[in-house]
Design a protein around this ligand. Structure first.
Ligand code: G3I
Length: 315
């Protein structure tokens, strides 16, 4: 196998990248997406502030561009994300509390109906927990209460019964963390009570040298609940400019992530959160850090690319 996608496919894994509609057509970015990956996640285009910028008024144009790009290249699409406190349209905060549940359900139904049949897995709810395992205080939690997540999944199942439904979060990759345990308990209770959930997405925004040693065990622990597990937003940041020691450690980290997924039969997707340094969210968010992806500032493959490819079984 000479591409990430071919290597992953040999063991039934999809290898995806988060992409941006406004970068499609740029090269070498677009060529890399087409030749190396067989999955895409829209990085921003399916988020509420873009898709329902005012109440009942929907804008699917940017996301549609990504969907048609993906379909014309036989790529699977992860829908990201329906219910999230961030990148939420401002008007939602002015909705009376008694109407938030119907606003949430309407948003889920309208967006999933638009993309019906085209989405492989949907991130239905994103980042709903605090680090200590309590629920994040946001408008959905505060106005609907604990049941909002189950409500969202039930609504999502009805809207597109063929799409798989994920809960997606970060800092859940180590099973010893309070947040990982809280998400686990939620999924366990959903399975016990028949709330439809198919998957947990482990965002996997790592720091170089700090991939949890128990990542594979954590994936397996969740998979044992009878769900799929996916690595949905992988990157591995370091101080910039990058040292060669850190680039080598990063190569080890990416290989370890690939091995963790390959070691769990229900881990069927690894998606990196971007392609190369110019399209990464990291430098804009963490001052002085970056080089978190497989390609460098000129879209040349880094040591991590080769080690990730090799760990997937390619060369
Ligand atoms: O579109 C505007 C543009 O018009 C404006 O000129 C520019 C100047 O600030 O901002 C642009 O919007 C930016 C948007 O990305 C699109 O590029 C926002 O400022 C910026 O905050 C936003 O960041 C996104 C971030 O989510 C917001 O939380 C990143 O691109 C996106 O990669 C990131 O993705 C999240 C996942 O959805 C959930 N998990 C964490 C992950 C990383 O934060």
């Amino acid at each position: 196998a000479s591409s990430l996608a071919q290597a992953g496919a040999a063991s039934g894994r999809t290898i995806g990248a988060a992409i941006a509609a406004n970068l499609l057509g740029n090269n070498p970015y677009t060529t890399i997406v087409q030749t190396q990956f067989d999955g895409v996640t829209p990085g921003n285009e399916m988020k509420w502030q873009t898709t329902e910028p005012s109440q009942g008024s929907f804008n699917f144009g940017p996301a549609d561009q990504i969907v048609s790009f993906a379909q014309s290249h036989n790529m699977k699409i992860r829908g990201h994300t329906l219910v999230w406190y961030n990148q939420l349209a401002g008007w939602v905060n002015n909705v009376p509390a008694s109407q938030i549940l119907s606003v949430m359900n309407n948003h889920i139904t309208a967006e999933m109906t638009h993309f019906k049949g085209n989405i492989w897995y949907w991130d239905v709810v994103n980042e709903a927990f605090n680090e200590d395992g309590t629920r994040r205080s946001d408008i959905f939690q505060n106005d609907i209460g604990n049941a909002y997540i189950a409500d969202a999944f039930t609504t999502a199942r009805a809207a597109d019964p063929n799409a798989k439904l994920c809960y997606n979060d970060y800092n859940i990759e180590d099973m010893n963390s309070a947040k990982s345990q809280a998400v686990y308990s939620m999924v366990q209770s959903f399975k016990a009570s028949g709330v439809p959930i198919d998957c947990v997405g482990f965002q996997s925004h790592f720091i170089v040298g700090q991939v949890p040693a128990d990542f594979q065990a954590t994936l397996q622990k969740f998979a044992n609940l009878g769900i799929d597990v996916q690595i949905t937003e992988l990157d591995d940041r370091m101080p910039t400019p990058a040292s060669s020691a850190n680039l080598n450690q990063q190569a080890t980290d990416y290989a370890n992530v690939a091995k963790a997924c390959l070691g769990v039969s229900r881990c069927n997707d690894i998606t990196t959160w971007g392609v190369g340094e110019p399209d990464s969210w990291v430098p804009g968010t963490f001052s002085g850090q970056g080089q978190a992806l497989l390609y460098d500032s000129n879209y040349q493959p880094k040591p991590a690319y080769t080690s990730f490819l090799n760990a997937l079984g390619g060369s």
